[in-house]
Design a protein around this ligand. Structure first.
Ligand code: SAM
Length: 178
């Protein structure tokens, strides 16, 4: 079984946008407890590497690093484990919530922008990026970068994402290295 309810969100996004290609190298930012990594492997990814602040129980076929994705040297470690540039970078990262709506909004958007910058460094040409965002979608600066670096940019709220939750996802495909 899947380790997380979140697994169904990636399944729905992948059914619609075909993000996980056979033989793909997939980077999972904020991977704990491992549901998205399980889905990536089940759908034909050959190399799946995840990072999270929290420890993750092993998933056969995946490699996990415990730490902050922004730690010094993390990009090199992840790329080495992947065996090359990533075909898909997925981020379901969420910051700890403060309960203060505006603060939480700012934190999740900052995390998403940082994940995008990270993805732009580690993606292979034509790669894809899927990232959790807050209701309203990407803000202008992030959207500008997305449109510059990816051929297609869409926003999606998968049915498995609770209606009362303000999360949504941005799905960008056709990465163009700068
Ligand atoms: N997609 C996962 C699954 O299906 O199992 C669920 C991910 S969970 C919603 C979000 C995760 O992001 C948390 O485990 C949290 O620890 C992680 N996270 C938040 N900020 C992070 C950071 N700076 N570096 C690494 N992981 C982070």
């Amino acid at each position: 079984g899947w380790r997380s309810r979140a697994a169904f969100k990636l399944i729905e996004l992948d059914d619609k946008y075909h993000l996980i290609t056979k033989g793909a190298r997939v980077l999972d930012l904020g991977a704990a407890p491992g549901g998205w990594s399980q889905v990536a492997l089940a759908r034909g990814a050959v190399s799946v590497v995840g990072v999270d602040l929290l420890p993750i129980d092993p998933v056969a076929g995946a490699e996990f690093i415990q730490g902050d994705f922004l730690e010094e040297g993390m990009e090199q470690r992840l790329e080495a484990l992947l065996g090359g540039k990533a075909d898909l970078v997925m981020s379901d990262m969420a910051p700890n919530t403060s309960g203060h709506v505006a603060t939480d909004h700012l934190r999740i958007m900052a995390l998403a922008e940082t994940a995008l910058a990270f993805a732009c460094d580690i993606l292979a040409p034509e790669g894809a990026f899927v990232c959790k965002l807050f209701q309203g979608g990407a803000e202008k600066s992030m959207l500008d970068t997305l449109k510059l670096r990816f051929r297609t940019v869409r926003h999606a709220k998968p049915p498995a994402s609770r209606k009362d939750s303000k999360e949504m996802y941005v799905v960008a495909t056709g990465f163009r290295p700068g």
